[in-house]
Ligand binder design. Structure first.
Ligand SMILES: [Zn+2]
Length: 123
């Protein structure tokens, strides 16, 4: 696996978090990476974090990393935005190092937030 920091996706992620008023997300502790060489062909993106115990052990606050796999590049701009929204929604209000699950992070809620993003962006 190869990981490369993706400053363009970082900017888009920060913009989306801002427009969607995801104030619980400390964007300076969310980092976006492109990965290559994964054998998983179906995955487009995934969200990583560092659990509470490891945070204590290392002495750091919670951090999240969003990994964008090669398939992501082939999506339309709109689909990509939805993927970014999806991954951001996995980050819970506590920003504590856990995840929200797919009962909440579902297409219906993603589409709703995507509409809000389009609306807010054009104001
Ligand atoms: Zn997901």
């Amino acid at each position: 696996m190869k990981y490369e920091y993706a400053s363009d996706l970082q900017t888009r992620m920060e913009e989306i978090a801002k427009f969607l008023e995801m104030d619980h997300i400390a964007v300076d502790r969310v980092k976006c990476f492109r990965s290559s060489g994964s054998s998983t062909k179906r995955t487009i993106a995934r969200c990583h974090t560092i659990g509470k115990l490891m945070q204590k052990a290392i002495g750091v606050k919670a951090h999240y990393a969003i990994e964008f796999l090669e398939r992501f590049e082939r999506l339309s701009r709109e689909e990509q935005d939805k993927v970014i929204i999806h991954e951001l929604m996995h980050i819970p209000k506590t920003f504590g190092g856990g995840f929200r699950q797919h009962d909440y992070v579902c297409d219906r809620n993603v589409n709703e937030l995507h509409k809000k993003f389009i609306r807010e962006r054009t104001i």
